[in-house]
Write a protein that binds this ligand. Structure first.
Ligand code: LMR
Length: 400
């Protein structure tokens, strides 16, 4: 019955996890996966999450009842406010549909189904490069996947002119997948001025943005900054989709907690969209998991827990910025040929080093520094103890 199946190649990120686990070198360094690690290179549990869990265990009214298809109502309300700000006109006008999903990936997958059933767009445009799993997820959207210019390898920065040119040539009604902040894999985001120009063309060409936003708050420690482009699109009157994940900013990776939001033209449309999104979750997985939603809601509604969480989020994002600086300083100290400023100016979880596949091969095979072969390095795999070793590996790999 099943023998005709052909083994699919593994996702490069999963492959790096497997290869790292098999490697026995004591100096090995994990720079492959975008899952935050602290200075001890351990998974980080936020204090506010621990406290919220304690409260949930002690809550005598808590049950294991299943959530409705649209998920935990209070969670949906609180995360919409977190995303847009309580006084955002779209919230005040009651035109944001919000549905809880299974992690960021599950949210994108619900979005892909929604596009297929209700938008029926001919094309969806991805930045080149993008997160590899976008290809799997949006393969279900019914839209043909195309690309727009994003990374300028010479500048090791944004190819804004290429991006704008491509936007200008997209057929009206196309969907444009945008990374709200901390672009994965490049760590390069448009500036606020760049966003203005990008959004201008999106409006002129009547395109539909779809923001993948797994890193809000986590990228800079500042929600206003990390959601700038989303809020500007609302101010410009656009209607669009947003997928959120609470894996990174609450550290709730395994709880698979995320949400999808649609900015609609009015309340009546919002009710219909909410219903459509709910019927997709119902047919795909029933409803999201209650536990993660309760943790997030408990933190967001309690001013003290919320502040504690926000402060810790700032220190998480600062640790990543410090690691960038340390790596840069080490490369300069070792006189590694080239300009490494981009390591410091990129943002978020990833550094797109600019190393060639051959150089990455040397990082992995000779130095056991596991990263993606496209040159992406997860910055949180660095700590004050291994950064010198990684810089040495880097320096050596430049010879290839
Ligand atoms: C990454 O890009 O490394 C993360 O989003 C994790 C994953 O599984 O892709």
């Amino acid at each position: 019955k099943f023998s005709h199946l052909v083994a699919e190649p593994l996702d490069p990120i999963n492959l790096v996890i497997i290869n790292f686990a098999k490697n026995t070198d004591p100096k090995k360094v994990m720079l492959g996966v975008g899952a935050y690690r602290n200075e001890e290179l351990q998974p980080h549990i936020f204090n506010a999450v621990k406290e919220a869990e304690k409260r949930l265990i002690e809550d005598e009214n808590a049950t294991y009842e299943e959530l409705p298809p649209e998920g935990h109502a209070e969670f949906n309300e609180l995360v919409t406010e977190l995303l847009l700000g309580k006084n955002n006109p779209a919230i005040l006008e009651n035109r944001v549909a919000s549905v809880q999903c299974l992690g960021g990936t599950g949210s994108l997958r619900v979005g892909a189904e929604f596009i297929k059933e209700n938008i029926k767009s001919e094309f969806i445009y991805f930045p080149d490069p993008t997160w590899p799993n976008h290809y799997n997820v949006f393969g279900f959207s019914g839209a043909e996947i195309k690309h727009y210019h994003y990374w300028n390898s010479e500048l090791k920065g944004l190819d804004l002119e290429g991006f704008l040119r491509d936007l200008n040539e997209m057929p009206t009604g196309s969907i444009v997948l945008l990374h709200a902040c901390a672009h994965n894999p490049t760590g390069v985001d448009p500036t606020q001025e760049d966003w203005e120009r990008i959004i201008d063309v999106i409006c002129q060409r009547d395109l539909m943005p779809y923001f993948d936003a797994p890193y809000i708050g986590f990228a800079s420690g500042d929600f206003d900054r990390d959601t700038y482009a989303i809020k500007r699109c609302i101010e410009r009157g656009l209607q669009f989709l947003i997928s959120l994940s609470f894996g990174k900013n609450f550290g709730l990776y395994g709880d698979r907690i995320g949400s999808i939001h649609a900015i609609c033209q009015d309340q009546e449309t919002k009710e219909k969209v909410q219903c459509a999104l709910g019927s997709i979750t119902k047919s795909m997985f029933g409803s999201g998991s209650a536990h993660g939603a309760r943790i997030v809601a408990t933190i967001l509604k309690d001013p003290e827990l919320r502040e504690n969480w926000l402060n810790e989020l700032i220190s998480v994002s600062q640790r990543m910025q410090n690691m960038r600086k340390l790596l840069y300083d080490e490369l300069v100290r070792l006189e590694a040929p080239g300009n490494w400023l981009h390591i410091k100016t990129q943002i978020g979880m990833f550094c797109y080093t600019g190393l060639t596949p051959q150089q990455c091969e040397n990082m992995i095979e000779k130095w056991h520094c596991f990263m993606l072969k496209n040159g992406r390095m997860a910055i949180c795999g660095l700590n004050t103890k291994n950064v010198g070793y990684v810089a040495q590996a880097f320096r050596d790999s430049l010879n290839f």
